[in-house]
Ligand binder design. Structure first.
Ligand SMILES: Cc1ncc(COP(=O)(O)O)c(C=O)c1O
Length: 371
């Protein structure tokens, strides 16, 4: 059996043991330590850990006080959470098509869909391929907030620009299969002091001080609730798993890049499969290994791979084709997203993937097309 994903947390230093021996299990000093590492890594003033990307995004959108007819633009071919968070806060989702070669949001289509009501644009670094936020920023009003969905990119630099440089928020996911993970988790980094304070409070049920900050030097610090919020803070237990991974990320990224390039070379000889065109970069997260096949072959190839005990998945079907969204947002014109959503397969990909497994996967796909 070749699994889709294998984590490598077992080598983690025993931070969890330390946390379990301490008095804080919820957000406390370990979260603060991880947040500090994130601020340094992404050159931002503020970092807030959350219990998922999804909840992190909801805290950001709530902090912006969006009204029911305010619009948020997202690429149509991405994970459904990107649209769900907008629905959750009662704003309107606007779908932009993807570029047929890179599979990233098409900047021209996004700009075409901007109206007076557009408050936020949320590009995605899909599969770790880097969306050119600088090019988008040049073409839009200054008061439109840009939130970079970095769930697939825990690093990225192009033209000496680190991801997040041209956006208001950069948001990560530490979900189970991500390049760094704590099972479930997320993080927001930003330079916006006012909104970062508001977001931290929203993530703690609207309280002005989290439990960790309510007692200092044995003194009680009074707190209040200035706005409503909900619970989306990360625990110190989860954060304990993150510390080593953040510190060792460059090593993880190097290993993944090496495997990615070997894999691509091996598969490139097969006629009938395509790959998203890569944006030139200094470094990036090779998060998934996506391939495209003609839509008539997609599900058949998935079944064939599963028969041979190779576990694969689809990232993603176009959101515009999902029942709920198709019914609510009718006649959305995102042809490239629909097409890619019917062609895409994510192959097994992780730091422990062996050469012999790459060879087996390549041979199985070759055989499928021979037959
Ligand atoms: C592109 C993208 N955005 C957002 C998310 C949501 O992340 P989380 O599961 O941490 O909420 C995912 C999750 O896989 C994703 O792939």
């Amino acid at each position: 059996m070749i699994p889709f994903f294998k984590h490598s947390l077992i080598k983690n230093k025993n931070y969890i043991k330390k946390t379990l021996a301490s008095s804080y299990l919820t957000s406390g000093p370990v979260c603060e330590k991880a947040e500090k590492l994130l601020k340094i890594k992404f050159k931002k003033k503020y970092a807030i850990l959350t219990n998922s990307w999804t909840n992190g995004l909801i805290t950001i959108l709530l902090s912006l006080n969006l009204k029911p007819d305010d619009e948020v633009i997202v690429p149509a071919c991405t994970f459904v959470a990107c649209a769900n968070v907008i629905e959750m806060v009662g704003a309107k989702v606007v779908f932009a098509d993807i570029d047929p070669s890179t599979k990233l949001m098409n900047i021209n289509d996004c700009v075409k869909k901007i109206t007076k009501k557009t408050k936020v644009i949320m590009p995605v670094h899909l599969y770790g391929n880097l969306f050119q936020t600088k090019n988008l920023k040049k073409k839009i009003r200054k008061n439109i907030i840009i939130i970079e969905d970095s769930a697939h990119a825990f690093c990225g630099e192009y033209h000496n620009n680190i991801i997040g440089k041209y956006s208001d928020f950069l948001v990560f996911s530490f979900y189970a299969t991500k390049s760094i993970t704590c099972g479930e988790g997320g993080a927001i980094v930003t330079n916006n002091k006012f909104l970062s304070e508001k977001i931290r409070s929203i993530a703690n049920n609207g309280m002005s001080k989290p439990a960790f900050k309510r007692f200092v030097n044995n003194k009680y610090i009074p707190w209040d609730v200035n706005q409503y919020g909900f619970k989306s803070n990360l625990s110190d237990i989860n954060a304990s798993v993150l510390i080593d991974q953040i510190k060792n990320y460059d090593k993880i990224a190097r290993i993944k890049k090496k495997i990615f390039l070997k894999y691509k070379k091996s598969l490139s000889v097969i006629k009938g499969i395509s790959f998203p065109k890569e944006i030139p970069n200094k470094n990036r997260d090779y998060y998934l290994f996506p391939i495209g096949v003609q839509s008539k072959h997609r599900n058949k190839l998935i079944e064939y791979l599963l028969e041979k005990k190779i576990f694969v998945t689809v990232n993603f079907k176009s959101i515009t084709e999902l029942k709920y969204y198709k019914k609510k947002y009718k006649n959305v014109d995102c042809i490239n997203s629909k097409e890619w959503g019917n062609q895409q397969i994510s192959l097994p990909f992780h730091v422990k993937l062996r050469d012999r497994e790459i060879l087996k996967i390549t041979n199985v796909i070759k055989n499928y097309f021979k037959n």
